[in-house]
Design a protein around this ligand. Structure first.
Ligand code: GTP
Ligand code: MG
Length: 199
């Protein structure tokens, strides 16, 4: 099991369209443009498996990728995407909340935050919400190539402190899809969770 084989399976616009829950799932959550789709490409060593864009709101479905026939990586639409109607945003918000709470085979949520910025109010609400529901998650700080090593250490500490204040203890992993820095740490974490038997 080493991210050798990656295959796009389906794009679900509703939870009902998700594949049969037969494999563990690892999903990518976070603001639009934070680098969720890029991370899927980097993790799997493919340039264009998941579509990425400079324009926020590129991913508008729950895109399922099957890795090594062992687990699914799920690329979620970014939250806070402003270019769809309010009603559509609310529907997606609700749909994703239900997915995160109810999907039996969901092993871990990777919540992505841009390493350059402080987690937004929405990010913080999300941490709190996952903590309250005792959902396994990890914070991945993306675009680490855009700041110095010192600043990156500060960013990691800032997020750790925030989580600490919420009594949440989860890994905070910096990485860059551009340079590959930190990506093996994210892969190891994913493999650890993908090995857990699904209930
Ligand atoms: P939505 O699908 O809109 O939710 O966005 P997303 O979170 O999937 O972001 P995406 O992967 O499409 O990346 C958005 C932009 O950030 C693209 O222009 C990427 O090239 C860029 N990007 C993503 N990761 C990195 C990174 O690690 N370093 C740098 N420098 N740019 C990155
Ligand atoms: Mg995307």
């Amino acid at each position: 099991m080493a991210f050798d084989q990656a295959e796009f399976i389906t794009g679900a616009t509703r939870i009902d369209n998700c594949p049969e829950p037969t494999l563990p799932e690892i999903c990518m959550a976070g603001r639009s443009n934070v680098g969720k789709s890029s991370l899927i490409n980097t993790l799997t060593g493919h340039k264009n498996l998941a579509r990425t864009s400079n324009t926020p709101g590129k991913t508008q479905q729950m895109n399922y990728y099957r890795i090594d026939n062992e687990f699914f990586l799920v690329d979620l639409p970014g939250f806070g995407y402003a270019k769809v109607s309010k009603k559509e945003r609310a529907r997606w918000g609700e749909e994703i909340r239900i997915y995160l709470l109810k999907r039996q085979t969901l092993s871990i949520i990777l919540h992505l935050v841009d390493a350059r910025h402080e987690p937004t109010a929405l990010d913080q609400e999300f941490f709190f919400w996952m903590g309250t529901h005792q959902k396994p998650f990890s914070v991945v700080l993306t675009k680490a190539d855009k700041i110095s090593g010192n600043k990156l250490v500060q960013s990691v500490r800032r997020v750790e402190t925030l989580l600490d204040q919420m009594n949440i203890e989860v890994p905070v992993l910096p990485c860059s899809s551009e340079t590959g820095k930190g990506v093996t740490d994210v892969q190891s974490l994913i493999l650890d969770f993908a090995k857990e038997p699904i209930t």
